[in-house]
Structure formats: structure tokens, C-alpha cells
Write a new protein. Structure first.
Length: 299
């Protein structure tokens, strides 16, 4: 059964509750934290991007450094991100991207733009990497999002191999790409394997391309060098250390405000020092511009 993971207090009053599940693995693979329904399947959403990037790399996509990090990330649409996405397209028109048009998540960038675009969408790095993989492997580019496409089948095999389990369900993500359901435990196992790949190396070296200025995933990786952090829609988060600790979080109501605090609490319970990021172990609740409560973990 899902468990109570976090509560929101305001002026001493418990205002909201977040239920869900969290699992943490030690470097040995042993389960060190298991709260809630950790064997139930979840859709990883954007937590799947590092594995999609790994599949693109396996298919021959010329990804390294920042380009590999942005392929695995959910960028905030800043100019540096767009420049890298265009570079990854390698001459293909921007219209080749099959992700929806979107405004950038970075506020300063958004305020100076007059219209949304595909390259500003937070998944455009992943989509550009997929197109680059298709070009290198001589696979069709127009149908690269179809679940039966060779690239998406490679992603599926990559997920199953690293997680050690069979995908439970195939759905379509918000960006149009297939997304594969795994147990939370399986997702953590996959992350534990991922930390030994070039994808994790790129994410650790270039966290500003995994998210962007002020993005919580980027900030956590900057505060905890060696840690990989990747969030996904609907309250999913994965964390992994270079040593092989791995954490996967799913908040059932889909609200992400507590996921970082939950993930870091689980990582600390595994014995990893998260003190440089201690300010993210809770989230302030404001009233009249002043802190009057907090979002805090309770498991």
C-alpha cells in the first residue's frame, strides 16, 4: 500500500498530505529503504530520459559532454540549450522535432519571447538526440516516435536490461515519445546500473544542461558532486551516486514539491552525506511573504 511520505504545515496546522512510495538501494544492490508499494509499476516520465539517451548513444548518436547531458535532461529553454539542440540536429530542420511547441521554463527567457517553439520545449534535447541516432543508424526519421520504431524498441530493451524486469505497460509521454512502466524498485535498479555509463558522467559534469539556471535537479547535482538527479512529471524522481546508491520516488497525487526532500531523506537513510544540500530536505511554506510552515518528510 502507498504510505504517507510528506506533510505540508501552515502556522502549525497540517494542511496537505502527500502519499506514495520510495525505495533506496545500497551500492551492493540490497534494499536499504522501502516505503509504500515499491513493486507496483509506475510511469517514469522524464526520469526515463537518461535511459533514452543511453539507447541513442548505443545506436551511434554523436553524443558527448553537454550534448549527452541535454539528451538526458529536461532543459529550461535557455539560449544555450537551444543552441545545443540545433547543433544536435546536424542540419535537419527544427520541424523534424516531433515534440510540441512550448514556452521555455526559464522565466527570464520566456518574458522576452513572442511565441512558443519546439526547440524551447524541455524535451527537445532528447528528441534531437533521437533524430541524430536515427541518422547514424539509417533508421526512418519521420516515424522515430512510433513504439515499433527500431530506436524505441532499443529504448525498451535498454530499460528491461538495466531494470532486470519486463516492462509492464507502454504509454505515450507528454512529448509524444513512448514511456515504459516499471516497478519503482526496477527503476532504482536501472539507475544503479546507469551510474557506470557515459550518460551519468555527462550529467554529473554538466548539470546545467540536465535542467537549467535554478532548476532543482541542477542545484542538487551542483551541491552534491557525484550525484545524478532527474525528476519526471507526476511526482517521480530518481537519484543515484557514483558509488551506486540509488533512490526512486513516486508521489501519488503527482505534485513534485516534496519529491526532492523525499529523495534526499532516503539517500541520507542509506548512509550518504546529503548535508551540503540540507536546505532541500524541506520546502518553506510562505504566508504574506514570510515563512509560516514547511513541506517536510514524515516517513
Amino acid at each position: 500500500m502507498p504510505a504517507l511520505l510528506a506533510e505540508v504545515t501552515r502556522s502549525g496546522f497540517v494542511e496537505s498530505l502527500h502519499h506514495g512510495s520510495v525505495v533506496g538501494l545500497r551500492p551492493s544492490g540490497e534494499v536499504g529503504v522501502a516505503v509504500g508499494a515499491v513493486e507496483d509499476p509506475v510511469l517514469p516520465r522524464s526520469c526515463m530520459k537518461p535511459f533514452q539517451a543511453l539507447a541513442c548513444l548505443s545506436a551511434g548518436a554523436p553524443l558527448e559532454g553537454p550534448s549527452l547531458a541535454i539528451a538526458a535532461g529536461s532543459h529550461t529553454g535557455e539560449d544555450r540549450h537551444v543552441e545545443l539542440v540545433v547543433q544536435l540536429l546536424g542540419g535537419l530542420p527544427v520541424e523534424s522535432l516531433r515534440c510540441p511547441e512550448s514556452w521555455p521554463e526559464d522565466d527570464q527567457t520566456r518574458h522576452r519571447l513572442t511565441e512558443p517553439s519546439r526547440v524551447r520545449m524541455n524535451c527537445s534535447g532528447k528528441h534531437a538526440a533521437m533524430l541524430a541516432a536515427c541518422v547514424e543508424a539509417r533508421w526512418p526519421t519521420q516515424t522515430y516516435l512510433e513504439p515499433t520504431h527500431p530506436l524505441q524498441q532499443l529504448v525498451l530493451r535498454t530499460m528491461e536490461e538495466l531494470s532486470g524486469e519486463t516492462v509492464a505497460h507502454t504509454a505515450i509521454d507528454g512529448c509524444g515519445a513512448p514511456v515504459y512502466a516499471l516497478s519503482l524498485h526496477g527503476l532504482a535498479r536501472a539507475m544503479r546500473e546507469l551510474v557506470r555509463t557515459p550518460v551519468a558522467d555527462a550529467m554529473r559534469r554538466f548539470p546545467e544542461y540536465v535542467g537549467g539556471t535554478g532548476h532543482v535537479n541542477t542545484v542538487v547535482m551542483q551541491l552534491l558532486p557525484g550525484v545524478v538527479a532527474k525528476g519526471g512529471a507526476e511526482g517521480v524522481l530518481v537519484l543515484a551516486t557514483a558509488a551506486g546508491h540509488a533512490v526512486a520516488v513516486k508521489v501519488l497525487d503527482g505534485n513534485p514539491r516534496a519529491t526532492t526532500a523525499i529523495g534526499l531523506t532516503a539517500l541520507a537513510a542509506l548512509g550518504y552525506d546529503v548535508s551540503p544540500a540540507k536546505e532541500h530536505l524541506s520546502v518553506p511554506v510562505l504566508g504574506g511573504g514570510q515563512v509560516v510552515g514547511q513541506v517536510r518528510t514524515v516517513f
